[in-house]
Design a protein around this ligand. Structure first.
Ligand SMILES: [Cu+2]
Length: 177
């Protein structure tokens, strides 16, 4: 997990500016939200280069190790893009492939299928979670002692985003994909 320290140090200044501002309370709340947002953004590392704003914010990034002999595992997250964008690809240096899947409910039948991309409406959290959208990791190479698993996302805007998923949780038991 990469912490963006300059961003975090900028927080108190943003707060004091917000608190001394003579503008409307709407402006105040917007400034406060920006200050809180900037502290959260530090949780996801980004390939966008030093100083540029991350293309999207990722929270609750959890990688579930494969169960038993399975060569496939699953990962979940919540992703929010400040501007309208679209996830168009996912990969990992530690896996043969990463696919975006959705669950399909047809009467009593439940199956999953691969999707080409996932829309990210501006400012709206899109959740990858059990029973819905999820990330399917094909042939993950997990390393003993490592507590994160990297997944790289490509966005339609051209940005790419590297997220370290927490891999310390227990394997998914069954049916959650
Ligand atoms: Cu799947």
């Amino acid at each position: 997990m990469v912490l963006d320290r300059p961003r975090q140090e900028a927080m108190p200044e943003a707060w004091s500016r917000a608190l001394t501002s003579e503008r409307s309370t709407q402006s105040l709340s917007r400034r406060l939200r920006l200050a809180v947002l900037s502290s959260i953004l530090g949780l996801a590392s980004c390939d966008g280069g030093a100083g540029s704003a991350p293309a999207a914010r990722v929270a609750d990034a959890v990688f579930r190790p494969p169960v038993g002999q399975s060569s496939v595992s699953v990962a979940y997250m919540s992703i929010t893009s400040p501007a309208g964008d679209r996830l168009v690809a996912a990969s990992s240096p530690m896996a043969a492939a990463v696919e975006m899947h959705e669950m399909v409910y047809d009467g009593a039948q439940v199956s999953m299928r691969r999707v080409d991309g996932v829309d990210l409406p501006a400012g709206q959290a899109v959740r990858f979670e059990p029973g819905g959208l999820h990330l399917m990791i094909i042939e993950p190479r997990t390393v003993a002692g490592e507590d994160t698993f990297p997944i790289v996302f490509e966005l339609q805007s051209g940005a790419s985003l590297t997220v370290e998923f927490d891999s310390t949780r227990a394997p998914e038991r069954s049916g959650g994909r």
